[in-house]
Design a protein around this ligand. Structure first.
Ligand code: NAP
Length: 521
């Protein structure tokens, strides 16, 4: 199997360097991703001139219908995607659901936004400002579609969700997408895009897919284009500092790696519901998708007096986790995505061990129904750092796998300071049943985090989890996390639309309103 790119309205075979993608459970090769086979500038031009032109002439409601159509095609083929996720990503059924159903759900949420926005083509912010003494000259802020293309480069861990969450906001804004999945797991993105293209529901150029190297793609962007990148901080830095990209003036958003924390509140003693909920969330962090989520918990901050009880509770649950072939019903955790990632995770654990000791895991271990040496397996790994205030590596190293470090704190303020030592993160969670503590800690944590999940006994049955990105909420974090922002309901459209201050007379605004809908972005 060789994956092709879909550009310029055609499937094209690559003609350059080939890279194998594997089944991480067995280590066997499944197929190849081949670089090149098309002209980048032409591919982007086609998307811009055909795709964006067609999409931007449609109303929000019509674009919403397209998103609904994509979701329906994917739903009809859901079973096949689960199988690909198991074979190529080592996903259990639960892991695959997060990626695949998460992608479909996001498309549906944006389809509904489209319906709500209706027949308009532009968005108008509520309210106007009077700019002169006479009430004849006003300003209003209006959002219009940028006539460019959205280049979307994704990480390997979400070949479905990463693809569709980016396409959802671009398409609803009226902008064509050129998506580039990570080579290790491009098969699922490829299959999904093939099904959507075959269903013939999108205008030509609205969706392109590049399988193979992403090198040089961003060099051909122009002033009205954008680059949304998800991946490692290193690649993000390389891309965002590219000379041609800087010169172009294209918009750039980066979702990079992040050393996220969870905090057991000072009041969350053993025996309380919030303590048990925090234990459950920590175990999920160490097992779901083999820990390969960008928002995942990497640091666990616990009150010093509860540290031992917390560690024991988590370790007892980890002892029951069966790692192995995700096809087996008894298996709770599959392998990492490939041997490169497994080895990178092992190296990361070694680095953490200079400041932390291993409580559980730390090596490859045994794999149920598979050869642990051939597959990309790694045991759920829990570490403890005894001097988190003086430590650096545990706050700065993201082990992209099933690994987290427990750290004790004395006072709520210390926990806030320790969380901030991550240098800016995508998500932090707090388990506390004391609203005053919650509010105080949220105020300190917020500037350093893109999303804060606060769990008390009231939300416990309803909360969506530390790592799950909801399309209604912004996804992205400051500093180390890349400084980007995606999704967030209608806020996600800002990246693909231009806000202009329109200054004029009331008559102009009345005329503009015939094709614009009021929306608060
Ligand atoms: P990566 O190695 O940085 O690759 C990310 C993407 O960039 C891949 O599609 C890769 O393509 C592409 N790429 C690499 N070099 C490029 C270049 N010179 N020009 C254009 N594209 C290039 O990251 P990864 O290993 O896939 O993902 C793991 C990392 O992503 C973790 O650190 C994780 O924290 C982060 N992540 C962040 C988020 C978030 O939302 N913040 C979400 C998921 C993952 P190839 O695969 O073909 O090399």
């Amino acid at each position: 199997m060789k994956l092709e790119s879909y550009v310029g309205g055609q499937w094209r075979a690559g003609d350059g360097h080939a890279r194998a993608f594997i089944n991480p459970t067995t280590g066997e090769a499944l197929g190849e991703v081949v670089d090149g086979g098309f002209d980048i500038a032409e591919a982007l031009n086609f998307a811009r001139e055909k795709g964006t032109t067609a999409l931007s002439s449609m109303s929000f409601a019509e674009r919403g219908n397209l998103l609904r159509g994509i979701a329906d095609v994917l739903t009809a083929n859901r079973e096949k995607y689960g199988e690909i996720a198991r074979l190529n990503s080592g996903n259990t059924a639960g892991d695959a659901a997060i990626d695949i159903d998460g992608g479909i759900a996001t498309l549906k949420v944006y389809a509904r936004y489209g319906k709500t926005l209706g027949d308009a083509h532009a968005l108008m912010e509520p309210g106007q400002d009077q700019l002169a003494k006479e009430p004849v000259f006003f300003a209003r802020h209006v959002w219009t579609t940028r006539p460019g293309v959205a280049l979307q480069i994704n990480a390997f861990n979400f070949p479905s969700w990463g693809l569709w969450e980016k396409v959802s906001t671009a398409l609803l804004s009226g902008v064509a997408s050129v998506a580039k999945p990570a080579s290790a797991t491009a098969w699922l993105s490829h299959e999904m895009v093939r099904d959507v293209i075959a269903a013939d529901i999108l205008p030509a150029g609205a969706l392109s897919l590049v399988c193979g190297s992403g090198a040089g793609l961003a060099d051909h962007l122009g002033a009205m284009d954008s680059l949304a990148f998800t991946g490692s901080a290193d690649t993000g830095l390389k891309l965002r500092s590219g000379e041609r990209l800087l010169e172009s003036g294209a918009r750039v958003t980066i979702e990079a790696d992040s050393v996220n924390a969870t905090i057991l509140g000072p009041d969350a003693a053993p025996g309380t519901a919030v303590f048990d909920l925090a234990v459950r969330e920590a175990v999920k962090a160490l097992t779901v998708k083999a820990g390969q989520l960008c928002t995942n918990i990497r640091r666990i901050l616990v009150p010093a007096q509860h540290r031992a009880a917390f560690e024991e509770a988590v370790a007892a649950k980890l002892d029951q986790i069966v790692v192995g072939d995700p096809a087996l019903e008894t298996v709770r955790m599959g392998p990492l995505v490939d041997l490169k990632q497994r080895d990178a995770a092992l190296r990361g654990i070694e680095a953490l061990k200079s400041e932390a000791s291993v409580i559980r895991g730390g090596d490859i271990g045994q794999a149920e129904g598979a050869d642990a040496q051939k597959g990309a397996f790694l045991l759920p790994t829990l570490l403890r750092c005894d001097d988190p205030g003086g430590a650096r590596i545990v706050h700065e190293t993201e082990v992209f796998g099933p690994c987290a470090t427990v750290m004790a704190y004395e006072h709520a303020d210390d926990a806030v300071r320790l969380a901030a030592k991550g240098g800016g993160s995508l998500a932090v969670s707090l388990f506390s049943d004391d609203v005053a503590v919650q509010a105080q800690m949220v105020a300190g944590l917020a500037p350093w985090h893109g999303r804060l999940l606060v769990i008390d006994e009231m939300v416990w049955k309803n909360h969506t989890g530390h790592s799950i990105v909801m399309p209604q909420c912004v996804h992205g974090g400051p500093g180390r996390a890349g400084g980007g922002e995606e999704l967030g309901g209608l806020r996600g459209l800002r990246f693909h639309m231009q806000r202009s201050a329109i200054q004029g007379s009331p008559g102009l605004f009345e005329a503009l309103q015939s094709d614009a809908v009021e929306a608060n972005l």
